[in-house]
Design a protein around this ligand. Structure first.
Ligand code: FUL
Length: 508
């Protein structure tokens, strides 16, 4: 009879034996793995940032270039009736723009490819209201291309602003025709110039402008199709939201989370919500603080750059409140960034570096209320003074009884610490958690606040503190708080009033 199993030598007992041996080996390996295994990271709390949103957040400062026909007419909102012949920047040098950005520590620059006047800085196939009709480079120029050519070798990324409101094009107000025109231009910009990291959909529209329904859903889908690592900015996201004002400050409570369904583009009634976000928000949609180094967005002879103390105030109120600062530096009619702006930016960068390049917390001994996985578990308080501000962090133990009062403490090893800035950062890769926190120096409360997020900066209202110990208490949190970095810094540019209140014109 043929062997039903089709084996030459089938031995049942041999098979069972070898099965038992392998099971035993597997169990031994599993127990060894368990004995040697590292403590796992805590569970995330949703919503989480996307990879591109995390990269964007780490840039901290982005530079805006407002440039176009307004630069030549001394205006802020063009009429759309400008003669393209006025666009003639005699010595335009995009390399000078990008060098300015690099010196300011900026890794992404955003250009107004088209502002509300409809004039295009690139030779669009779909209109002649562009550089084609200007004398600049004999009508053969392309500002977008020149910017990309300057940015690429300098390792700087490019973003583009394409104004939805167009005061020149006759298709504006005709829903189908204008949406087709706008999408055609989006395709040109997102297919011709390589990688674009941010697209800016501005929400402004004049009160007498024709009614117009923008097909945002189609626009966003097309952007996603054409660029894989882009962030889409608009009043309502989907990747980056407007902060609700153009003064460069976020709410002192500032959540990266919000409910997108409550937002719409060009809706003035939601600016407060945009400013603070929402701890119950189901969408990760962090705010960007757009502000100009001068009064206007475009260059005007009569205007000059903001003083250093004001730029620093903006920095503390934007980057220091969990936001990205989008700082506008407008090129002048010659096509260059003015020397006065370059000097001010240099001062600004130097000041920021002076404040943050040394961290007194690094020389302290650090202890905490508890730590996940115990000593050596990988989540100890020492992680807040290493060089990684995202993926290494102090995590208290989940089973800490006193869930509302996690703390971390820094003790000076040689002599009192002198500082006037406290920097706290959350490991936002696992969600934004902290609702409430307090800072103590030698047992006395010196600062308190709500959200932390990517970065929270407290510039001490009463000036410098001398202390042997500094304790940060997390007094409210959506889930176990995770601190990725803490800094104790000295800001020599900070001169608060003796009564402890900052000058009123800078209070927001
Ligand atoms: C606004 C525009 O109306 C301004 O001109 C500027 O471009 C600013 C960034 O956005 O909505």
């Amino acid at each position: 009879m043929a062997n039903p199993f089709n084996y030459d030598h089938y031995c049942f007992s041999c098979t069972v034996l070898s099965l038992l041996i392998s099971l035993h080996a597997a169990a031994t390996i599993a127990s060894q793995v368990q004995a040697n295994s590292a403590t796992t990271p805590p569970l995330p709390i949703l919503p989480l940032p996307s990879y591109s949103q995390l990269k964007w957040q780490q840039r901290e400062i982005i530079m805006f270039f407002h440039f176009g026909v307004n630069t030549f007419t001394d205006s802020e909102w063009g009429t759309g009736q400008e003669n393209p012949a006025i666009f003639n920047p005699t010595v335009l040098d995009a390399a000078q723009w990008v060098d300015t950005a690099v010196q300011a520590g900026v890794s992404l620059v955003i250009l107004t490819a088209k502002h509300h006047d409809g004039f295009c800085l690139w030779p669009s196939k779909y209109t002649d209201h562009s550089v084609i009709s200007s004398p600049w480079r004999n009508g053969k120029g392309d500002v977008v291309q020149e910017l990309v050519n300057a940015a690429n070798p300098r390792g700087v990324d490019v973003g583009l602003y394409l104004s939805p409101w167009d005061r020149h094009d006759p298709r504006y107000g005709k829903n189908k025709e204008y949406n087709e025109y706008y999408l055609a231009q989006l395709q040109e910009l997102l297919r011709k110039y390589g990688s674009v990291k941010e697209i800016w959909f501005d929400g402004a529209k004049g009160s007498n402008a024709p009614n117009m329904t923008y097909d945002f859903g189609d626009w966003f889908s097309l952007v996603r199709e054409l660029q894989s690592s882009i962030n889409i900015f608009s009043d309502a996201g989907p990747d980056v939201r407007w902060v609700g004002n153009e003064q460069g400050f976020a709410g002192s409570t500032c959540w990266s989370t919000i409910n997108r369904t409550a937002l719409s583009i060009g809706n003035a009634s939601i600016v407060g919500y945009l400013n603070t976000g929402d701890p119950k928000g189901t969408d990760w949609l962090p705010p960007e603080c757009d502000v100009s180094i001068r009064t206007g967005w475009f260059w005007h002879k009569s205007q000059s750059p903001k003083p250093l103390h004001q730029l620093l105030q903006i920095y503390y109120n934007s980057v220091g409140r969990n936001c990205v600062l989008l700082l506008n530096v407008p090129p002048n009619p010659t096509g260059l960034i003015s020397e006065s702006d370059i000097l001010r930016l240099r001062e600004f960068r130097k000041a920021v570096d002076t404040v943050f390049s040394s961290n007194l917390a690094e020389n302290c001994s650090v202890t905490a209320s508890s730590q996940r996985g115990g000593k050596g578990g990988g989540f100890g308080p020492e992680n807040v003074v290493d060089g990684d501000h995202l993926w290494t962090y102090w995590a208290p133990s989940d089973d800490d009884d006193d869930k509302e009062h996690h703390w971390i403490e820094f003790r000076a090893s040689d002599g009192p610490l002198r500082f006037n800035v406290v920097r706290i950062q959350e490991a936002i890769g696992l969600g934004q958690r902290i609702r409430q926190h307090e800072v103590y120096a030698d047992g006395k409360r010196i600062a308190s606040g709500t959200t932390v997020g990517h970065k929270r900066l407290h510039r001490l209202e009463k000036g410098a503190v001398h202390a042997l110990s500094v304790k940060i208490k997390i007094t409210g949190s959506r889930a176990t708080p995770l601190l990725s970095s803490v800094g104790l810094h000295f800001d020599p540019f900070w001169h608060p009033n003796p009564n402890g209140k900052p000058p009123s014109k800078f209070v927001h």
